[in-house]
Design a protein around this ligand. Sequence first.
Ligand SMILES: [Zn+2]
Length: 219
Amino acid sequence: MQQKNHKSIAANLTYSLLDTYNIDYIKCNTSLFFNPIIKSQNAEYMEFSFRKNILGHTLKDNNGITITINSNLDQNRKNFTIAHEIGHLLLHINNDLMFDTESTIFDDNHATKSILEIEANQFAANLLLPDKVLKNQILSSYSMTAIKNTSKVSGQMIYWRIVNFLKDNYDLSEDISRKISNDYVSRIRNCEIKSSLLYQLIHDLSFSNKKVLLNEYAV
Ligand SMILES: [Zn+2]
C-alpha cells in the first residue's frame, strides 16, 4: 500500500497541474511544472558543475531547502534527476542531506538501492509519465520517440515505465511485461503501434480477450 501511495501522489500532482494549466494529457511535459512545484514547497533550485558522478542533492539547513542539480547533465537525465529530488522533497524531507549519484538514480540494480531511493525513482517516473498520460499517448499511436520528444524523458525511462505500468495494472510478471515493452519500443513508426500488444491491452478489450492475447504472447 505504502508503495502505491507515493506513485499516486506523483501522478495526482501532475494531473492537477495539467488540469490547472488546461493542457491535454497526451502533451504532458512535466518539466514545465518543476519551478512551480519547488516554489510551492518554499524550496530553491540551483545548478552546479559537480564532478561527473554526482547528479544532484536536496539539502535542508538553516537557510531553508535547496535542490541542486549537476549542470552538466543532458536534458532528459536532468529532468529525471529533478523529478527524483522533488520526490525526496515531498516524501523524505525530514531526512538530512541526500546526495544522489549514478548508482542511487540510474543503476538498474534495485538490490543496491535503499527504499528511499527506490521511492524517489518511482515517484519521478510517475510524475514525468503518469498512467493516464502514458495510456493516452499509446492510444494516440505515439512511438517511443514521440513520447520522448513530447514528455522530455529518456528511452530507458519509457521502457521501465511501461514494464511497471503493466505489472501494476495488469498483474503481469516481470518477464512478460519486459517482452511487451521490448515489442513496443521496437516499433519505430507510429502506424506500427496499433498492432503492438501494449496498444491492444490498453485499448478497450474484454478481460477474456486480454487473457487470450497474453497466452498467445507467452508461448
Ligand atoms: Zn535520491
